[in-house]
Design a protein around this ligand. Structure first.
Ligand code: SAH
Length: 208
């Protein structure tokens, strides 16, 4: 499979936003998978990466990105850098991407990929994403790419007025991509689609 075939598969699966499809077309997914999976990089599937984690399925990346309703001026926070693939997609559609990962090994590889692809508007940090990035002002958009029963309150509190947060919410076998929209102290929510993500885990990983 090549990237054009992946884009056709995403269209067939219902992704309509041209900017989102364009961003996925620009990101070489083969750079984000381990060598043994290079040949399968453009299949519409999640694949294993280091530290027992996964690079998300392209359809899920596209669906969650579409749900963020991005414009080039927006500041985005991502929790769960993983391979860096989702961050790279976001970097083409927003002003700046702040991304947090709890595994040092994954973060180092992702940093090297951003450097290789000259994606200069991505800022990374090793940390517990459940706490958000409190040194920063509020974010226009937040995306969580690990599953959680409830959305961490620290993340909701870092969302600006009118901002959108997209996350896989629910028990491990019953997660739904959920969109939260802030209106004052109220967070309007709606569910988009069932998904299965690796869990959001508190704290920095003690293993590398
Ligand atoms: N967006 C990634 C998906 C990676 S899977 C990609 O495109 O490849 C989810 C990632 O979330 C894993 O790398 C996992 O280590 C990370 N994660 C889980 N809990 C976390 C937390 N509390 N803070 C930061 N990262 C976390």
């Amino acid at each position: 499979m090549r990237v054009v075939e992946l884009i056709m598969a995403l269209r067939a699966a219902g992704i309509v936003d041209k900017a989102v499809l364009g961003a996925l077309e620009r990101v070489p997914r083969d750079v984000f998978v381990t060598n043994e999976f290079t040949k399968r990089a453009y299949e519409n599937r999640a694949l294993p990466i280091a530290c027992g984690q996964t690079i998300s399925q392209p359809f899920v990346v596209a669906m969650m990105t579409e749900a963020l309703c991005l414009t080039p001026r927006l500041k985005v926070l991502e929790i769960g850098t993983g391979s860096g693939y989702q961050s790279a997609v976001l970097s083409h559609l927003s002003r700046r991407v702040y991304t947090i990962e709890r595994y040092r090994t994954l973060l180092k590889s992702a940093d090297a990929r951003f450097e290789q692809l000259r994606l200069r508007n991505i800022v990374t940090r090793l940390g517990d994403g459940m706490k958000g990035w409190p040194e920063q002002d509020e974010f226009d958009r937040i995306i969580v790419t690990a599953g959680t029963q409830v959305c961490p309150p620290a993340l909701l509190s870092q969302l600006c007025e009118g901002g959108l947060l997209v996350a896989p919410i629910g028990p491990p076998d019953g997660q739904f991509v959920t969109v939260f929209r802030r209106e004052g102290d109220v967070f309007h929510q709606h569910k988009l689609a069932p998904v299965r993500f690796v869990p959001l885990i508190a704290g920095i990983a003690s293993a590398l």
